[in-house]
Design a protein around this ligand. Structure first.
Ligand code: SF4
Length: 135
């Protein structure tokens, strides 16, 4: 009987996925641990990302000045191997092709991949930002 609150807390932590340090990182906004390990499927965030991008981002260059490809030449997230969450420290936010959020929704775009792009995600086209490389 005295163990009921503890068991309830354990159950809550299991349900919310916040019972371990790895899961806690996810609860705080990161999807993966430092090794890119994640229990969730790689595409778990796709349903939260629109396929359309606001004009202010669609017409903007990436942080390194790369021009966005024409819509018909953009890769789908599936074809780019898009992964919800970073991989080994690589993520859209430190990729040369990332277009920072410009409409205040905290979601950006990409010069190579279609649709909304989260700064915390990754794809197989990842290339380091020049500004990061140069320090
Ligand atoms: S990692 Fe992929 S989706 Fe993300 S900004 Fe770079 S090229 Fe675009």
């Amino acid at each position: 009987m005295g163990d009921e609150p503890r068991e309830s807390r354990r159950r809550l932590l299991r349900v919310t996925g916040c019972g371990s340090l790895v899961a806690l990182a996810g609860c705080l906004g990161s999807d993966d641990d430092e090794n890119g390990v994640n229990d969730r499927p790689a595409d778990w965030c796709f349903e939260d990302l629109d396929e359309s991008v606001p004009d202010i981002e669609a017409n903007a260059p990436s942080i390194d000045g790369v021009e966005r490809k024409a819509p018909e030449n953009l890769l789908s997230k599936e074809d780019a191997g898009y992964h919800c969450g970073p991989v080994e420290g690589q993520q859209c936010g430190n990729c040369t092709f990332y277009i920072d959020d410009r409409d205040g929704d905290a979601i950006g775009a990409c010069t190579e991949v279609a649709g909304q792009i989260r700064s915390v995600d990754w794809c197989e086209l990842w290339a380091a930002r020049a500004k990061v490389q140069d320090g």
